[in-house]
Design a protein around this ligand. Structure first.
Ligand SMILES: Cc1cc2nc3c(=O)[nH]c(=O)nc-3n(C[C@H](O)[C@H](O)[C@H](O)COP(=O)(O)O)c2cc1C
Length: 225
């Protein structure tokens, strides 16, 4: 697949087949993601790749704690709810997904189902827990670097026919993830990536989120016009 096509066609995948993902393929994808640029080539990221029993334990722990009302517990700094333009875009993608799934605005039960699905990491056969070195916790560049690697990860997965969704929901109860995955104390959990073979019959997988045009994201200075 050409790079342009991979970038253009990639979208978040939230429904997967049961087909397992071979470890060798994941290693190939991670090797490519590791080619990401990072500040001074520091490469601050660490990946913990879960499947089978450990992943089921994470799903169970995450879901049970959310249902019990345990407040979300993340390891990076808290951020407040999105407002203004950011909130509008957040609502827009939620509306697109709910429309595709046929979930009505007032259908509290199905909305809750969808949220719980997120806490189960969309029942993906693989979850990659994305961490970075704790010593860089207060250095925003480490977040940037790890994000760049994560985008490379989902792109190289996509080019091999794998689907993925980067998701905060799966690590919302980070203590569970830390314990089950045995994350070393000198690493901080940033996010996770649910990954597997896309289920073509899962309608939300066909949702294409909208983007701002170049004229709204970039300014050009010093060009001949
Ligand atoms: C840091 C980050 C966290 C995300 N967390 C979630 C999540 O918890 N649940 C979810 O369904 N999607 C999550 N997403 C996916 C975004 O909703 C998605 O990337 C965005 O709507 C654009 O859609 P696209 O990926 O299909 O282009 C997350 C994406 C990023 C980059």
């Amino acid at each position: 697949m050409k790079l342009d096509q991979v970038i253009q066609e990639r979208r978040s995948i939230r429904g997967f087949t049961d087909q397992p993902v071979p470890r060798a393929l994941l290693e190939e994808v991670i090797a490519l993601a590791n080619r990401a640029p990072s500040s001074m080539n520091t490469q601050p990221w660490h990946l913990h790749v879960l499947t089978g029993e450990p992943l089921e334990r994470v799903r169970r722990g995450n879901t049970e704690r959310m249902l019990e009302g345990v407040p979300p517990s993340r390891e990076i700094g808290d951020y407040s709810a999105y407002e203004g333009e950011h909130r509008k875009r957040q609502v827009e993608i939620a509306v697109q997904l709910f429309e595709a799934m046929g979930i009505e605005r007032h259908d509290a039960e199905r909305r809750q189902d969808w949220v719980m699905r997120g806490f189960r990491q969309f029942d993906a056969p693989v979850s990659i827990v994305v961490c970075f070195d704790r010593v860089l916790l207060d250095n925003p560049i480490a977040h940037f670097d790890t994000g760049a690697m994560t985008y490379g990860l989902v792109l190289s997965a996509w080019s091999r026919g794998l689907g993925a969704v980067i998701n905060g929901q799966g690590i919302m109860q980070s203590p569970v993830v830390r314990e089950v995955a045995g994350i070393p104390e000198d690493q901080v959990i940033l996010t996770c990536v649910a990954l597997g073979w896309p289920d073509d019959d899962f309608v939300a997988n066909s949702v294409v989120s909208r983007r701002r045009p170049v004229s709204n994201t970039a300014r050009f200075l010093g060009f001949d016009e």
